[in-house]
Ligand binder design. Structure first.
Ligand code: FAE
Length: 538
């Protein structure tokens, strides 16, 4: 059982600049009032979801001494008995995937599995498949750890002017980076056979004067060294990533923000708790949160209601937008404004693969995780683009060099989709044009044509992912739906509803400004939480 956070420890933490004095002075009052009010079904605050937004909110509420229940529909993946919690990438088992009969990766091969509350979820919307993480840690369980900050110029093109990049850069981005311990790969590891694919990619880009750089990665490089040296079983170096990492190298949120949050003693995480409705009680101003407690096959085993004064939406772009849209449609939060569901984007995601059939460049038998390098083509004449070199770890199955490079590109794509709630199915519908990612695909084609000039026979576009070579119908980066300065104010406070907040990727205006989103989502959540704790908890 976690110990309650002591007042001394709390003040020690707050003097690091994490929380302001106003929150500190209200600590004792809040602590005693929480104890009085705490009962089985009531908590001062509830957070829905444990991804980047939910985890930041949990830590900061816990440090402020606010009793909080965190509801997560997925499982906790912490190993309690020394067993490896996650499936291997090859072959994957049921732990890979959220409630499906087959694995759902955007690239083959797919495997038959039994239904289970696994880590990777895919939601299909006609011409757009959206991938997310499910479980304690949300997307951080399945992510690549790529921790990328937008440039000031790109940030200011995307975010409202009230959000000052200079302040984000000085305060909130560094706060998140320190928590995630995100660093570029050290040289001794970069030079190993496992990252040959990345070195070759750099050489190809260098040859045509395109700039690549090493990315800060939220991984523990010492653990990767232990994998390399055979001290522990290989996981990242054996290609595991998207279904979780078994060596403990990935600094997912359960190892930092959420662990520290629970250590405060004020945060209780309840797993397999799927929120189905949110209701505002206009008499006592509390929120009622209706929950289906599910089993690992997804069946509801119990229904429950919880109540709180402060409700934080951290269920991700899809989850948060779904719950709010349902509440608006059913009249339980009827005053949500008309921006809800709008301004949703894919962060301009497109995936493609290049292969060199002439077998000139080795890319390594094992292309290890995590991805470590990206090409910045910000002066691409079509739209600024970041092209990441993700590993294609097929060598873990058949120990041969694939002579190929897998890429995820992202960038400024101006298409925006809109969600509506379907009363009959109870699901969200997405209005998204089939041409929605065309701009980013054109930009990627342009950059690839420059790479081709290095030596036309060295690498060519593969059609393994799509006939054109570029995917247009999936995203790993769903962003928006309850956007900042539209559905909420600039601190995530939902318009027309006191003490209701959006603190996750639903806030993002359809883009994270030519960068992977997690760092910006968490930094924005830090900014929101600091303001909310200073001003709304009196
Ligand atoms: P998210 O992390 O999605 O967490 C939401 C949580 O809420 C999940 O745990 C859900 O299970 C839970 N939830 C949803 N609905 C409910 C409900 N009704 N009741 C209870 N719980 C619920 O939200 N980003 C990067 O910056 N770098 C990367 O390298 C990177 N790699 C990625 C790789 C993959 C394969 C994927 C899918 C994403 C990747 N991302 C990456 C994106 C990143 O994971 C994503 O933007 C953030 O996780 C979104 O954070 P949120 O807090 O919005």
């Amino acid at each position: 059982m976690a110990q309650k956070y002591s007042r001394r420890k709390f003040i020690g933490t707050s003097t690091k600049g994490i929380l302001g004095l106003a929150a500190a002075s209200s600590f004792l009052t809040l602590q005693s009032s929480c104890k009085e009010k705490r009962n089985k079904n009531f908590s001062k605050a509830i957070i829905i979801g444990t991804g980047f937004g939910g985890a930041v909110a949990a830590l900061r509420l816990g440090q402020a001494g606010i009793d909080t229940i965190v509801l997560e529909k997925g499982l906790s993946w912490e190993s309690s008995n020394g067993e490896k919690p996650f499936t291997k990438q090859f072959p994957p088992d049921k732990r890979s995937t959220w409630l499906r009969d087959e694995t759902v990766l955007p690239l083959p091969p797919h495997s038959a599995i039994s239904q289970y509350t696994g880590v990777l979820e895919m939601t299909e919307f006609g011409n757009m498949n959206v991938y997310t993480g499910a479980g304690v840690g949300g997307g951080s369980l399945v992510y690549g750890g790529m921790t990328v900050k937008p440039t000031q110029n790109h940030f200011e093109q995307v975010f409202p002017s009230e959000i000052d990049f200079t302040q984000m850069d000085a305060m909130y981005y560094p706060r998140v980076k320190a928590m995630l311990d995100a660093q570029t790969i050290p040289l001794d590891l970069e030079e190993t056979e496992y990252f040959e694919y990345s070195r070759v990619f750099k050489e190809l880009a260098d040859a045509v004067n395109l700039n690549t750089r090493k990315i800060d990665i939220a991984y523990n490089w010492d653990i990767i060294r232990q994998e390399r040296d055979g001290i522990i079983e290989k996981s990242a170096l054996a290609g595991d990533l998207i279904y979780g990492n078994n060596s403990g190298a990935k600094n997912s949120l359960d190892k930092n923000y959420l662990r520290e949050a629970q250590n405060t003693g004020f945060i209780e995480i309840r797993t397999l708790h799927k929120v189905v409705s949110i209701i505002r009680n206009e008499q006592n101003k509390q929120y009622e949160v209706d929950i289906d407690i599910i089993d690992t096959k997804g069946a509801t085993v119990e229904k429950k209601k919880l109540y709180c004064e402060y409700l934080f939406m951290g269920a991700g772009s899809l989850g948060t937008t779904h719950l709010l849209s349902k509440a608006k449609a059913e009249g339980t939060l009827s005053q949500l404004n008309s921006f809800l569901g709008k301004n949703w984007g894919t962060n301009g995601n497109t995936m493609f693969m290049r292969e060199n059939l002439g077998l000139f460049n080795n890319t390594g038998t094992i292309q290890a995780n995590p991805p470590i390098r990206a090409l910045e083509h910000f002066d691409n004449p079509i739209t600024p683009i970041l092209i990441e070199n993700a590993p294609y770890p097929i060598g873990a199955v058949v120990p041969i060099d694939c002579f190929c490079h897998l890429h995820l590109a992202l960038g400024l794509e101006d298409t925006r989709g809109e969600f509506t709630y379907n009363n009959e199915t109870g699901q969200l519908q997405l209005d998204w044009p089939n041409s929605g990612n065309d701009l980013i695909i054109q930009a990627a084609q342009h950059t690839v044509s420059i790479l081709d000039q290095a030596d036309p026979i060295q690498e060519t576009l593969s059609t393994v992912l799509s006939p054109t070579g570029f995917t247009k119908n999936f995203t790993y980066h769903p962003l928006g739906g309850a956007c900042i300065n539209q559905v909420t104010d600039q601190y995530g406070r939902v318009e027309n509803y006191d003490n209701l907040y959006v603190i996750d990727s639903a806030l993002m205006p359809g883009s994270s400004a030519v960068a992977n989103p997690s760092w910006t989502i968490a930094a924005l959540a830090e900014r929101c939480m600091e303001h909310i704790l200073l001003n709304d908890f009196r």
